[in-house]
Design a protein around this ligand. Structure first.
Ligand SMILES: [Zn+2]
Length: 259
């Protein structure tokens, strides 16, 4: 489909950065037009009416016009601003992490409908407040699965055994190894039965089943470690992800020390 010169779409603001004297480059995620970069003119001036709408973690209705080199924001209104999330530093950090993760795993021009709704569900879950960490684990597992990067959780990647209930998780191999194949595999960490069951629900279970998960703290940390290690492995070599990777690695270290 050819994108028209002027169009309206709802979108989530993923991030922005200053541009020229008073402008801003905003990166938007639209359910129908993918990831779109657009210039917002004059929004860093105090009297700009549009600036307040184009903050990260805001769901907006934007009108975009094709400029010489990129889109220009021609109009904007806020649809949803997640005030509770924005007011709580922990949840704000989680929301920004959610946006960055989607940004990293969604190449420009790719199909975005599922990722958009997954991110929106995640932000609404964070806004509402219960089990915020679970919301992030669901986002991680599902985003990878939707994008075709999901770890193999059904069978051993070395011998093909299907009734695997525990063993090891290997970011390098891309999923689960059975107890017989696990020893000696580089980078593989022990995987408990509880963590494997939780990962399966997070990856493919319906939202209701995920929100009813009550993970003991040790299992929750183990699941987090496996997912973060896997994401870090997938992002290695992506130069844009260097600072994001540093951030992930620091979190991995902290989680490993706590475990
Ligand atoms: Zn095996």
């Amino acid at each position: 489909m050819e994108t028209p010169r002027l169009f309206k779409t709802e979108a989530i603001v993923l991030r922005h950065r200053p541009l020229a004297e008073a402008d801003r480059l905003v990166v938007l995620l639209s359910p129908t037009h993918g990831k779109v970069e657009a210039k917002a003119k004059g929004v860093r001036r105090a009297k700009s009416r549009m600036g307040g709408h184009l903050q990260p973690l805001t769901r907006v209705l934007v009108q975009l016009a094709q400029g010489h080199t990129r889109y220009v924001v021609a109009g904007c209104q806020t649809l949803e601003s997640f005030p509770a999330l924005q007011a709580d530093l922990d949840r704000l950090g989680m929301g920004l992490y959610a946006c960055e993760l989607v940004d990293r795993f969604l190449p420009p021009g790719s199909e975005s409908y599922l990722a958009y709704h997954l991110l929106l569900e995640t932000l609404r879950w964070l806004e509402q407040g219960a089990s915020p960490a679970l919301a992030l684990r669901r986002l991680e597992a599902r985003l990878l699965h939707q994008g075709g990067f999901g770890p193999e959780l059904g069978r051993c990647l070395a011998c093909g055994a299907t009734a695997v209930e525990r063993g090891a998780f290997s970011p390098l191999a891309g999923g689960v190894l059975c107890p017989a194949c696990a020893p000696g595999q580089a980078g593989a960490r022990p995987l408990s039965a509880g963590a494997l069951a939780a990962l399966r629900v997070l990856q493919k279970g319906p939202a209701g089943q995920v929100s009813r998960l009550r993970l003991p703290p040790a299992i929750a940390r183990e699941v987090e470690l496996h997912l973060r290690a896997y994401i870090a492995h997938l992002l290695e070599g992506d130069a844009r992800s260097t600072s994001f990777l540093d951030h992930l690695q620091r979190q991995l270290l902290t989680a490993a020390q706590e475990a």
